[in-house]
Design a protein around this ligand. Structure first.
Ligand code: ASP
Ligand code: MG
Length: 417
């Protein structure tokens, strides 16, 4: 017997038929004798609709009332799923964030979970009752509903799994796992059977939109083994109820990964913009003068490349920001031109960052060189490069994004052959 938190996303609970399908997945696990808590999202599209209503009511609205409105989507699905489970003879009860309680900080609309008192949920496990928990919500210090930011029910699920000390958190979604790259770009992408928290964090933040980034951070901190699998596979398909080896991708500690690949996956992020400041005075404090205002303006700077130009008196600084922030960033640099002391500013938006990710890189030399050579052979120009212990990121023109992803996927032997 195991203790499992099962999370179902918006497309998995999009209508009553799909909620019935979800209930069948739950019943299968209950029938195996497992202790089950479920976390649900709102029906797909519902949260967008609620957000739009709040904005239509008043574009500048009170975040506490926004939370009261948008949290309702999950309330509906938790009640519906509990009813359907009961009608199938499975004992189930719905739970809103405040009833557990899931305590958050006071940052309405972007709250963080601070504490979950899961004792009552655990009591109900002993009575074979399934807890159906509304995701995305908790209760703030002001005693009001607080939501966790878009996509937050993944975080609810992982946090609940940590609180009840679950053996695993199963994230049921509309894809059947995490792939070596986006299968729409590279049809030869393979489903990974295991990926480490660190690698998943890189993939999630680079646009592999399977999980909310914060949920992966939380899973890593609390070592919650998190399993990505499909709710669209028939609940009674072969292997689905096999606790030890169901179809999907396990996100876990790297110690659990016996065969560490040098490269695990290729991720890409669109809509990057590059800014280059030419002929900066090469003096202490110049970076602070540039990136201080960016930070104050809430602009997320990513790659930073500095090099000497001219006779060594000057330096050039190139960095990237999301395309949507380019104008704001350029204005800030303009305003601070005196203090920064540059000669010229150049920028370009609509670029793509392609990243090669793998924990095996830590112990292997030459991984980056392989990428550069492969891209050169395809005539792809590299604009900027950054590396970390487990990642190489390369900035290129958008036109070459797909070619670059496919080239790297194949050169590191990731193709499904
Ligand atoms: N329903 C919320 C959203 O759409 C939370 C979630 O689905 O994770 O953002
Ligand atoms: Mg989601």
């Amino acid at each position: 017997m195991a203790r499992i938190v099962m999370k179902f996303g918006g497309t998995s609970v999009a209508d009553i038929d799909r909620i019935r399908n979800v209930a069948n997945h739950i019943k299968r696990e209950v029938d195996c004798g497992h202790e089950i808590a479920v976390v649900v999202s709102a029906m797909s599209g519902k949260t967008n609709e609620l957000v739009a209503w709040a904005t239509e009511a008043s574009p500048l609205h009170d975040a506490r009332e926004y939370d009261a409105i948008v949290a309702s989507g999950e309330q509906v699905t938790s009640g519906l799923l509990a009813i359907i489970l009961q009608s199938m003879g499975v004992d189930a009860r719905s739970w809103l964030g405040w009833q557990i309680p899931i305590k958050t900080d006071g940052a309405h609309a972007a709250a963080r979970i601070q504490e979950i008192d899961a004792s009552e949920i655990v009591n109900r496990f002993a009575k074979q009752q399934v807890a159906v928990v509304a995701g995305f919500q908790g209760i703030g210090p002001d005693n009001r509903i607080a939501t966790l930011g878009r996509g937050g029910s993944d975080t609810s699920a992982v946090a609940l799994a940590a609180a009840v000390n679950a053996d695993r958190c199963d994230i049921y979604t509309d894809v059947d796992g995490v792939y070596t790259t986006d299968p729409r770009v590279e049809p030869n992408a393979r489903r990974l059977s295991k990926v480490s928290y660190e690698e998943m964090l890189e993939m999630a933040s680079l646009g592999a939109k399977v999980l909310q980034v914060r949920s992966v951070e939380l899973a890593m901190v609390h070592n919650v083994r998190t399993f990505v699998r499909s709710s669209f596979e028939a609940p009674d398909a072969p292997g689905m109820g096999d606790f030890n080896n169901p179809p999907g991708t396990l996100i876990c500690d790297e110690d659990e990964i016996v065969e560490k690949q040098i490269v695990t996956g290729i991720a890409y992020a669109k809509d990057e913009a590059q800014i280059s400041l030419r002929q900066l005075d090469d003096r202490p404090g110049v970076s602070a003068a540039i990136f201080g205002p960016m930070a104050d303006g809430g602009i997320n700077v990513d790659m930073i490349v500095q090099n000497i130009s001219g006779d060594g008196k000057f330096t050039d600084m190139t960095f990237t920001v999301p395309s949507g922030d380019l104008e704001k960033a350029a204005n800030l640099l303009e305003q601070n031109k005196q203090e920064i002391g540059y000669n010229e500013i150049q920028s370009e938006s609509g670029l793509v960052k392609v990243s090669v990710i793998g924990i095996g890189m830590r112990s292997h030399a030459g991984v980056a060189a392989t990428a550069f050579k492969a891209l050169a052979e395809k005539g792809i120009n590299i604009r900027a490069i950054t590396t970390s212990e487990i990642k190489i990121s390369i900035l290129i023109d958008a036109d070459y994004a797909e070619l670059a992803v496919r080239t790297l996927h194949s050169v590191y032997g990731l193709d499904n052959t």
